[in-house]
Design a protein around this ligand. Structure first.
Ligand SMILES: [Fe+2]
Length: 228
């Protein structure tokens, strides 16, 4: 499998490119509107045709590149079940499998950051955790129907039960990390390691974070696939 990790500096968002080397077909996970030209250029340089844009959730901090990429390439937009995105081509639900020759993606429902969040477990060796699990952190739970108790259950019961060596690729990083493992996060993630569900709920209730700068425009735009 061809694999690239791409970064948007403004929103600290990772976009992931997965490609099948024999069919030359590709998937983008969580593309960012402002980076569509970069992504199209890379696809062209690698000789890949884009089949799917896959969203881990409806983002509040950036606008998805999906609508623009779909217009440019004819790819299909796939979003989690229950996400309020009427223009998506397909909704994916827990344990659904999406396969593109050598790339096998299993959706794992991981609500809590939002109520319709999916992680994507790929080829039994890596998991794209969206905003459910960051490297030494996790997504906030104070808007978009977030729920700290539900996030705790998603992470501890669904992500931390994957094999320890599974590579963890989050949707964001704010401190310079690129990749971790499930075993490493179980041991060192300060939001979860040694914490009970109630401690975690209390911790998340007291973060006092400001709203993301783009929230008022990003959420409605993402509910229409990123049309601005
Ligand atoms: Fe998010």
């Amino acid at each position: 499998m061809l694999f690239r990790q791409l970064f948007d500096l403004e929103s600290s968002t990772y976009t992931y490119l997965l490609g099948d080397e024999s069919t030359k077909e590709a998937i983008l996970i969580d593309p960012v509107l402002e980076q569509v030209e970069r992504d199209l250029k890379l696809l062209q340089e690698l000789g890949l045709s884009l089949r799917f844009c896959l969203e881990t959730h409806v983002h509040a901090d950036h606008i998805t590149g999906t609508a623009k990429l779909r217009k440019a390439t004819g790819c299909l937009s796939i979003v989690p079940e229950k996400a309020q995105v009427g223009c998506a081509d397909k909704h994916i639900k827990h344990e659904d499998i999406l396969q593109l020759r050598s790339i096998k993606i299993k959706a794992i429902a991981t609500p809590g950051h939002t109520d319709s969040h999916m992680a994507f477990y790929v080829n039994h060796d890596r998991v794209f955790t969206g905003d459910a699990l960051f490297i030494r952190g996790c997504g906030r739970t104070d808007f978009q129907s977030g729920d700290a108790g539900i996030l705790f259950d998603s992470v501890t019961q669904r992500l931390f039960t994957l094999p320890n060596e599974t590579l963890v690729y989050p949707a964001h990083d704010y401190r310079g990390h690129t990749v971790s493992t499930i075993g490493e996060e179980k041991r060192w993630n300060p939001r979860f390691a040694g914490r009970k569900r109630n401690d975690f709920i209390e911790l998340m209730a007291n973060l006092n974070l400001p709203d993301p700068k783009k929230m008022m425009e990003a959420v409605p735009a993402n509910e229409s696939c990123g049309k601005t």
